[in-house]
Ligand binder design. Sequence first.
Ligand SMILES: [Zn+2]
Length: 146
Amino acid sequence: MTVQILTAPPAVEPARPTRDLWTAVRRGLMCRCPACGEGRLFTSYLKVAPSCERCGEEMHHHRADDAPPYLTIMVVGHVIVPMLMWLELAYEPALWIHFVLWLPLTLAMSLLLLPPLKGVVVGYQWAMRMHGFDELSDEYQQGRTT
Ligand SMILES: [Zn+2]
């Protein structure tokens, strides 16, 4: 009598193409598709295209949520606050000068930085195969059927 030892087959994931993180993040920063770098990432100011117009990569899987505003506040704050403090300590200008200078500059920087930083977040999520960007994930399969 022979005894057979049954073991589960090794869990081997199918080979998938690698996704370079920095290339995807750079493409996102340029508001381009993280997969091909040619298609536009946004259909309007902050609305991510459901899929790339060039390569067809689905981008509706992103979950950027609050990360782009958070990053924008962090960057703008680290630029504006030191300049404001320097101006105040060096020249002690009238309060209206601060309002006229820093409020428009803060608004302009925030509006200009928000789309590229959202692109960075989407590029990061795509490269790391987060959420539905992983072809093997349930989210990807659910996204395919709906
Ligand atoms: Zn593309």
